[in-house]
Design a protein around this ligand. Structure first.
Ligand code: GLU
Length: 477
């Protein structure tokens, strides 16, 4: 009885010690787990931008910052070294692992803090924490240069096709309206017997073109109705020209480099201008190799057939190949985002496949994994991981981004000016008819006719019925 009381007492004291450690740290780790972290941890990493980069004397980057945060939270010291063979970790034919995975297995490193992808085959040999970053597989491309003459008719690009059609239709309608007003309005209509008519159809078309190109061509309108149409057309032309010049300037800047046509992995297969490949023996290569999706399978077969030409040894070799030749690099989107943010001639296609995560790795079933996972989740929840992500992936290509957003001017953008033109034309026509009605009234009073017959006489004179024809009609019974 006494013995069992002593045992219970000891257990209670041990439990209280555990709880005390937890509270004093303000961190939700079981004390027992925490004590299993060695005081000095050997950490391996890989030189990969922006995860770990060599500065003059030291290493810096996202993973270096993350490791520092984790060591502060879990209170351990560490030594950091770069993996000797510069590889992530793959199994060779003899079943031996190379790279960071190999170092962790051989206990040359306690941890691997690097952009090491969590994969099934690795998880079978080493342990991973919860992912600290999510990524996927993307396509890194060089922005297209339009210096090859393919944009010979680029001067038409500032406006969309629909807008050009709209402008041509407006031009023809306005010229027709001017021609009509030139006939209907008594101020514009010259008696054919006295002088030549000013607004013939050809003259009207000529006048419209002159205004569009800001050349004040003759004949200048005299009547209110024709002047209304002319003023509205001038306004329309000026607005169009301003929009064209602004859009053309933006287009010219944009033509220096523009996002290529390849948007998806399907697009890659459909073309033969650009070769594509990935890192040899990488998790990306294995993803395509193991995929059952026909498109991804075809990508694997393509890369496997040309492996000497399209597979690269390092990420930076892949980036260089993209910049220097007609090559698309398939790789992890986070690293691609980084290079696209730093090199403005590069871009990542929008499609991302095979979502995966990066985890901190340790020996299989290592007790370090659990506290590290909790610490990583804490970093997530405090927003610190997001802060680090923004810090290391800062975009320095903002001007290029703006250019990427360039689109030709659409009819909707200039919808208002089309509406005003429509209203102006209608107003011009109505006023010209009112002018003609007034003239017909005067004529009717003078010649003591009905207003209607005077009006139809005027219309007849203007549209096709010559005086000779009329007199002939009068003679015939
Ligand atoms: N992060 C990858 C790995 O852990 C390497 C890059 C890649 O597969 O594209 O193997």
């Amino acid at each position: 009885m006494k013995k069992s009381l002593v045992l219970v007492f000891t257990l209670v004291i041990l439990w209280m010690e555990d709880t005390g450690a937890e509270e004093s740290d303000g961190f939700h780790l079981k004390g027992r787990t925490k004590r299993q972290i060695p005081k000095t941890v050997k950490v391996t990493t890989i030189l990969e931008q922006p995860f770990a980069m060599m500065t003059d004397s030291d290493l810096e980057g996202f993973c270096v910052d993350l490791l520092s945060e984790l060591s502060k939270t879990l209170k351990f010291n560490y030594t950091l070294h770069v993996v000797k063979d510069g590889r992530y970790g793959a199994k060779d034919q003899n079943g031996n692992w190379n790279g960071m995975v190999g170092e962790v297995i051989r206990k040359e490193a306690d941890l691997a803090v690097a952009p090491l992808t969590i994969t099934a085959i690795r998880e079978d040999t080493i342990s991973f924490t919860k992912p600290f970053l999510q990524t996927g597989i993307g396509i890194l491309l060089k922005k297209e240069s339009f210096s090859d003459g393919s944009y010979f008719f680029g001067f038409l690009n500032p406006f969309s096709k629909e807008l050009w059609i709209g402008i041509i239709i407006s031009y023809v309608i306005t010229s027709l309206c001017l021609f009509l007003v030139g006939r209907v309005s008594p101020c514009e209509w010259a008696e054919p017997s006295n002088e030549q008519n000013r607004y013939t159809l050809l003259n009207s078309l000529w006048f419209g073109m002159g205004a569009l190109t800001l050349q004040g061509v003759e004949p200048q309108p005299k009547s209110v109705s024709a002047r209304i149409i002319a003023v509205i057309w001038w306004l329309f032309s000026i607005t169009l020209l301003a929009a064209y010049i602004a859009s053309f300037a933006s287009y010219v800047n944009n033509t220096k480099a523009q996002t290529p046509n390849i948007q998806t992995f399907d697009d890659l297969l459909k073309q033969n201008k650009i070769e594509f490949g990935t890192l040899a023996n990488s998790s990306t290569f294995n993803f395509f190799k193991n995929s059952k999706n026909p498109t991804l399978r075809m990508i694997y077969e393509y890369m496997d057939k040309r492996k000497d030409r399209v597979l690269v040894k390092t990420f930076s070799e892949g980036v260089q190949k993209v910049r220097e030749s007609n090559y698309a690099f398939l790789g992890e989107s986070l690293s691609q985002d980084y290079v696209a943010a730093k090199h403005c001639d590069l871009v990542r296609a929008p499609e991302i496949i095979g979502r995966r995560g990066y985890g901190v790795a340790a020996a299989l079933d290592s007790p370090i994994i659990r506290p590290l996972s909790i610490a990583i989740l804490e970093q997530f929840e405090s927003g610190n991981l997001e802060y680090l992500r923004q810090k290391w992936w800062e975009n320095t290509c903002t001007s290029a981004e703006v250019h990427d957003g360039w689109v030709p001017v659409q009819p909707q953008t200039l919808g208002g000016i089309f509406l005003i033109l429509g209203i102006g034309l209608a107003l011009g026509l109505i006023i010209s008819f009112i002018e003609l009605v007034c003239k017909s009234k005067c004529k009717a009073v003078q010649q003591q006719k009905s207003c209607c017959s005077a009006f139809s006489e005027e219309i007849g004179e203007r549209f096709g019925k010559s005086e000779n024809q009329e007199s002939l009609e009068k003679v015939q019974p």
